[in-house]
Design a protein around this ligand. Structure first.
Ligand code: SF4
Length: 445
């Protein structure tokens, strides 16, 4: 431990922005032992990716505690099946850990199938399964033969890497479902939307824009998707990727297996939404789509510009700290705060990469603290040092903000308000206003 209260091994994951000095932060590494990382485990990463597949059974092979990570804390919405909202677990006990859990898993799959008749079951391996070495591949293969449905193993023991490894495990299960090669015709003018989990109906907001533009949205991976829609995904002409951390891997694999090109977009904030819509229209290259897109943008800008100006007048001058899962979201949030007249003084992510951290560096002011895979101790220290008065984070950061008497904005997967698109930009500004101008601060400051 250093004098300033930071662990020696964490130094390389923390940077202070210095103008013109390129970023050299360590990232995409396993968490430092003893640092009490805020980052979720491999299994949680896999559930982020797969849980919104609505007509699937998500069977957690492990102790019951792992199964607490379920729909309640990942509130993606469905237009049809609600099966994904149930929690299934093999509930491994001491005896299973000593003698192996394969038989229990096989009978759990059979029992779940008999009750619900799903077309696909995802079987998640958790920490203890990684330790005792149950052969979930073999159990899933046998179950596929016996039941005539897809039963897909998800290799996600919590300790076997970091959250990014879990994203990859989830994407590999999707690839297994879709097949190794393209055996279907491309649908012209159609796209898949990767990395939107339909939290608070966000994918439906984007779908409404695409409809207006004349673009056919084939499959969202994985918000409000299902077995059939995933099988359709290889037919798309283009993949657009919002949550780059979780879905760039899948986009690259789909490019190589199905020859679908991809590009990254961000629908967080007005500026980013405009850029994303124009990018999609230009990539598809259809003049009608381009014209309709410009009309949509013009109408939406007329609706939101004055409203956002009013919020800016009420919130400008505050200082923000941001700690979120992915770099793409962090970048969009800095821009949104800049547009509201708020400087970001502390910024961190769980799974950002070098390119994203460099972009973060270029968008922030000198002295901003940039953190990878941080912990509550560091967050508290730097928020107090830098005078942050609002924190954007998720369920694990909320108590810290409240204890420190800071305004808080929930940008996590359990939230109930949409933050995507033009509507989301208004919701975000409104929430910043509500929290920083709450009368509660008169009582505690
Ligand atoms: S997989 Fe391991 S780290 Fe993840 S929730 Fe289960 S026990 Fe915890």
């Amino acid at each position: 431990m250093e004098k300033n209260g930071l662990l020696e091994g964490r130094k390389k994951f923390i940077m202070h922005k210095e103008n013109e000095v390129p970023i050299t932060i360590s990232c995409d590494e396993n968490s430092l032992s003893g640092a009490v990382s805020q980052r979720a485990c491999v299994y949680c990463g896999a559930r982020v990716v797969l849980n919104p597949i609505t007509d699937a059974i998500h069977l957690v092979h492990g102790p019951i505690g792992c199964a607490s990570y379920t729909w309640d804390i990942r509130g993606s919405l469905s237009s049809d099946s609600q099966l994904y909202r149930n929690s299934f677990s093999t509930d491994l006990r001491e005896k299973d850990i000593v003698f192996g859990g394969e038989k229990k898993l096989a009978s759990a799959i059979t029992e779940a199938y008999a009750e619900y008749h799903p077309k696909v079951i995802f079987v998640y391996a958790t920490c203890v399964v990684g330790v005792i070495g149950d052969d979930i591949d073999a159990v899933c293969k046998n179950a596929e033969k016996e039941l005539g449905i897809r039963v897909l193993p998800v290799k996600s023991p919590g300790f076997s890497g970091n959250k990014r490894s879990g994203y990859k495990a989830g994407c590999n299960a999707i690839l297994q479902l879709m097949g190794e090669t393209k055996i279907v015709e491309t649908i012209p003018g159609s796209i898949n939307y990767l990395g939107d989990f339909n939290l608070a109906a966000e994918a439906w907001i984007i779908k409404s824009y695409l409809n207006e533009m004349g673009v056919k949205l084939l499959t969202v991976l994985t918000g409000d998707s299902n077995y059939e829609s995933l099988l359709q995904a290889p037919r798309a002409e283009l993949n657009i990727v919002q949550c780059a951390g979780s879905m760039t891997y899948l986009a690259k694999q789909m490019q190589s297996a199905y020859q679908i090109p991809f590009d990254k977009v961000r629908f967080l904030g007005v500026d980013e939404t405009v850029i994303a819509l124009r990018k999609i229209a230009n990539l598809l290259g259809d003049t009608d789509i381009i014209k309709r897109t410009e009309k949509l943008i013009e109408r939406k800008l007329t609706e939101v510009t004055e409203v956002l100006k009013q919020y800016r007048e009420r919130v400008q001058g505050h200082k923000a700290a941001i700690y979120v899962g992915g770099g793409f979201k962090a970048i969009a949030l800095i821009k949104q705060f800049n547009n509201l007249g708020i400087d970001t003084v502390v910024i961190g992510t769980q799974t950002g990469d070098q390119e994203e951290y460099e972009m973060i560096r270029s968008l922030t002011k000198e002295g901003t603290v940039i953190l990878d895979d941080t912990n509550p101790n560091e967050l508290q220290k730097f928020m107090l040092e830098k005078g942050a008065d609002i924190l954007v984070g998720g369920v694990k950061e909320r108590p810290l903000a409240y204890k420190l008497g800071l305004a808080f904005i929930d940008h996590n997967h359990e939230r109930k308000h949409a933050l995507s698109g033009f509507e989301g930009a208004i919701n975000f500004a409104k929430e910043v206003d509500l929290t920083v101008n709450s009368p509660v601060w008169d009582y505690i400051n």
